[in-house]
Design a protein around this ligand. Structure first.
Ligand code: FES
Length: 140
């Protein structure tokens, strides 16, 4: 198994683990979009179980018709299982496998996460940012 670490936040790693930041900060939002400089953005979900957090990262676009999965809902299925519900047509996806429960074999890409030393790492081939690097500042 690959081991995260050593990269620092925001450095390109080419399908290696990258540091998304402090768990204490990231857990403040249940879901957010993480922007890719190139390629596909992802949706980052934080689920609190007791005094621990679990993080899931999926492609930000629904495989059905590109709905914004970072605006979807999460439902607790019990036994540590969660499903993601797309806000557009309400297809559901298992957050562990990405497989649609309602429309298999449709599947959204999911990416491994791991916490180390208070930081969240994800294995993803693009550099991710909490801010949209493509957005231009407003003139007014
Ligand atoms: S766009 Fe997600 S279910 Fe249709």
């Amino acid at each position: 198994m690959a081991t995260p670490g050593g990269s620092g936040q925001g450095q390109p790693l080419s399908n290696e683990w990258q540091d998304l930041g402090l768990v204490d900060e990231l857990k403040k939002m249940k879901c957010r979009r993480m922007w890719a400089e190139k390629g596909s953005d992802v949706a980052l979900f934080c689920i609190t179980e007791g005094d621990k957090e679990r993080f899931f990262v999926t492609n930000a676009k629904c495989p059905h018709e590109n709905g914004p999965l970072d605006q979807g809902d999460i439902e607790d299925m019990g036994n540590g299982k969660y499903k993601l519900i797309c806000p557009i047509h309400f297809y559901t996806f298992d957050l562990d496998t990405g497989i649609s429960e309602t429309h298999a074999p449709m599947q959204v890409a999911v990416f491994p996460t791991e916490t180390r030393d208070g930081h969240l790492f994800v294995k993803y081939p693009e550099v991710l940012s909490k801010k949209n690097p493509k957005k231009r500042p407003s003139r007014f």
